[in-house]
Write a protein that binds this ligand. Sequence first.
Ligand code: ATP
Ligand code: MG
Length: 343
Amino acid sequence: MNSSAPIHPAERRTAPAVVAQGLVKTFGDFRAVSGIDLEVRRGEVFGVLGPNGAGKTTTLKMLATLLPIDGGRAEILGVDVAREPHRIRQLVGVTGQYASVDENLTGRENLWLFGRLQGLSRKRARATAEDLLGRFGLEEAGDKPISQFSGGMRRRLDLAASLITQPPLIFLDEPTTGLDPRTRGQMWDTIRELVAAGSTILLTTQYLDEADQLADRIAVIDHGLKVAEGTPEQLKNSVGSSTLHLRLEDAEQTARAAALTARLLGEVPVLTPESGGLNVALADANQAADVLIALRQADLGITSAAVRQPTLDEVFLTLTGHPGEPEAADESEATTPQPEEVH
Ligand SMILES: Nc1ncnc2c1ncn2[C@@H]1O[C@H](COP(=O)(O)OP(=O)(O)OP(=O)(O)O)[C@@H](O)[C@H]1O
Ligand SMILES: [Mg+2]
């Protein structure tokens, strides 16, 4: 925009979209974000994945200058977040759980108003509003007040509003939580279009499939800490490409089936709470057939078998050794049979 900044313009042109080092946020005695490092490259979709309360929104809010940074530092496109918050607000479009559109205005009025606030002429603001209503399938919602919008409509309007100025970096906080599958797919398409048009996207999600569909790289956070980082492929490989879910006819034989599976795959199955149930990560979905054949040959009957993609829970189980609470780290050992128990 202008050149009063203390940072060299050349450095800004090559700086990553986001660099965060040791980010900390405390609320009283509670450390919601406990020393997180992030680097988001220009032009990529970077996903921050984690369960409820992991610290995703708090991290995004600090980067967007909506919350002060309590420890560590962050730069966006070479601009220091704490030192130059006003510049950061010009570089980042923020949408998500903290959306603040005026409830009494219609969708059309809202977009028009955003456009005017961003300095567009009346005519340009009107044309942009119409264009965005069309792109987001909100034409018929254009005349409704926001207070009558469904969750999906709100989310789409919120994203549309953040696109009026095409900011170079867009933060999306759980862009599809609570949306139906069709609307979710539309959001994904829109996000892909933004990237194709040159935007960098930092998004949070609770869904591994969403991160998988959209993100070039992912950081998994849990309890305010980064527990893993990598491409979706790398993360999935760390938990197997898919999981085989089995239910045995005779629950008494579960340990035997688990041991056999472990020997076959070199991967120890996890017993599920329901009797006779076990889950095992597969490096390749085709291994499911090997397991089923081996069980049949060992006369171990099953009532059901299913192969599915890893869930976020399974990623966490593998990455952290526990489903949610760090104190319960021994739990998986207690329910995991050792392959040498049965021969
Ligand atoms: N203003 C606040 N005051 C006190 N605690 C807070 C505040 N904001 C967030 N927290 C706490 O910080 C932790 C992280 O919250 P955050 O909203 O960042 O989680 P999240 O990963 O975005 O979760 P969700 O998936 O539910 O949106 C939570 O335990 C939350 O209760
Ligand atoms: Mg959140």
